[in-house]
Design a protein around this ligand. Sequence first.
Ligand SMILES: *Cc1c(COP(=O)(O)O)cnc(C)c1O
Ligand SMILES: [Zn+2]
Length: 416
Amino acid sequence: MSHYHLVCLVCGREFAPKDVEYVCPDHGDEGVLDVVYDYEALAGEIELQDLDMGSMWSYRPLLPVPSEAATPPLKVGATPLYESPLLARRSGVRRLWVKDEGVQPTGSLKDRASAMALVKADELGSAVVTTASTGNAAAALAGLAASVGRETVIFVPAAAPEAKIAQLLAYGSTVLLVDGAYNDAIELCLRAGERFGWYNRTTGFNPYMSEGKKTVAYEVAHQLSWEAPDVVVVSVGDGCILGSLWKGFHDLIELGAVDSMPRLIGVQAEGSAYLADAWASGEDVLTKAPIRPDTVADSISAALPRDRLKAMRAVKESHGAFVTVTDEEILAAIPVLARTTGVFAEPAAAAAWAGFEGAVQSGLATAKDRVVVLSTGSGLKDVPAALKAVSLAGLEPRHVSSDPATLEETLEEFDR
Ligand SMILES: *Cc1c(COP(=O)(O)O)cnc(C)c1O
Ligand SMILES: [Zn+2]
């Protein structure tokens, strides 16, 4: 007997883990599944207060994996939570922390889900693992797979940032650059996975990816001594991280480990605001048509967010909100975050800080609040965007001569 079962978010049908692999058969690709635990039984078995935070696997009893399952050797999770009095003052909230997911083994929060995918693939004995991704999920899968010697086939949009494609190739993946957008890559990947029997990590299709990502919520609670923050801010593309934050805090509330659900604020790029638009208009995300996304923040560019049901639930049930930010605001946030905290974020990650500044102006967070901003990926993932960001902020290097004859003059120039 397994300590969890799966529930279709569309119809509520329940499944034992062995009876379903990805989605509800009655609802096809839309029938995203939730993993539900027997919280009463679990509450008696684990003492969260006594746990050390060594990696995401520290929370193994709350994850859909057997206690004896081998986990990949790369250290995923246990990322730092940095308090920033400067950013708290700047935004006018009581306290503010930045959770730096850029220090994960492959440079983004996606490692949490990909590590989970490899354990599940192992359970099923699948020789090949596949995913479609805007880049980071793929890099994460490729890196984690390399660490256990498993083969990967990756579908990414041809326009994905170079650093992410370089990671895939270095890690040894078979890389398929899809001549189209992220959604086209997903279609291809789902059909190829079916045809060839590859284990599929694709977000919003594989129900276990949220279970890997929810460990970021556990860590935040743990790092704040099991007191939930009032607000958590995260950028949103497919909505999987947002939904996973809700799931993580929901688990902890059910287990009596924390008292309250933080208000979850999802930040979308103005040019890729499917969920923010649906939130504002009250439109049903099961029938709302895809959009044509266009943003500098590739990791949150999504025509039809795959995990839209979980994302909408997260914001609704946490009394949170969606906000949008322009590409200019996203790029401007990169040097702000870097200079105030030392955390260098890729555009999609910096978007969370940009969105939070707007959220404060709209009254979504106030002077009473303790706030966590998730920085989801490293700035090294997209160097051209970072260069654009510093240039827009008026930050330019100075050129100096190396001629010994003019050394004195050169040095005098430095004397400011
Ligand atoms: C994937 C990703 C996001 C968005 O996560 P979703 O689950 O798609 O909403 C944000 N930032 C970074 C760096 C990412 O890689
Ligand atoms: Zn269903």
